[in-house]
Ligand binder design. Sequence first.
Ligand SMILES: Cc1cc2nc3c(=O)[nH]c(=O)nc-3n(C[C@H](O)[C@H](O)[C@H](O)COP(=O)(O)OP(=O)(O)OC[C@H]3O[C@@H](n4cnc5c(N)ncnc54)[C@H](O)[C@@H]3O)c2cc1C
Length: 212
Amino acid sequence: MDFNLNEDQQAFADVAAQFARQALAPHAAQWDKDHTFPVDTLRQAGELGFCGLYTPEEDGGLGLSRLDASIIFEQLAMGCTATTAMLTIHNMATWMLASYGQATMKDTWLPDLVSGNKLASYCLTEPGAGSDAASLTTKAERQGDQYVLSGSKVFISGAGSTDLLIVMARTANNGAKGISAFAVPADAAGISYGKPEEKMGWNAQPTRMITF
Ligand SMILES: Cc1cc2nc3c(=O)[nH]c(=O)nc-3n(C[C@H](O)[C@H](O)[C@H](O)COP(=O)(O)OP(=O)(O)OC[C@H]3O[C@@H](n4cnc5c(N)ncnc54)[C@H](O)[C@@H]3O)c2cc1C
């Protein structure tokens, strides 16, 4: 097996390393100290394609593999781990919407998400459901032509500062198979955000509880 990076992977890694050196590393300590969520820098990352790394090309992303994305994240994380973690989450949420979202939601959100103009949070963890994600209890109940979500999510990266929430919620009582994902505008009625969690490091991204 050949473990060397191919030419494209090396080129992406070089661009990511340069971005990490120039746009992340010089600010990382200050962002952590001041609890700054560097939205403008995330947007700059979007200009390089880093907000839609494995989102398909037809949806505006770069269409890379997960391995390619990991090579890029590895380089970025050397500049600022917390900001890169937020980028990994945003990429995951953006890919989910591109892969499984309804056409209207995709049209509304994807151009801004892949460009980094808007940011997305991934809402899985709950007070009683961490590693065992299949035990989550947040419910989505159909009422007419809408779903109404009720429950709480904890430790959500970017919460309170992002624009779209991808929320995993229970639509049936059969374990992991009864969980659906919902794309919810972060300012939708009935959503409230908790205070920022106190963390050891990782302060360049807010982490909050969300209640639906
Ligand atoms: C800074 C930060 C940001 C986060 N951002 C997000 C986010 O954006 N979205 C989101 O959904 N979640 C987020 N999380 C939550 C994170 O995914 C959870 O903390 C993680 O899934 C673990 O869940 P838990 O904290 O409930 O720990 P637990 O599941 O209670 O685990 C505690 C410990 O027990 C171990 N353990 C658990 N089950 C077993 C088992 N069966 N066998 C052996 N060992 C076991 C675990 O490895 C761990 O060491 C974030 C967390 C942090 C700290």
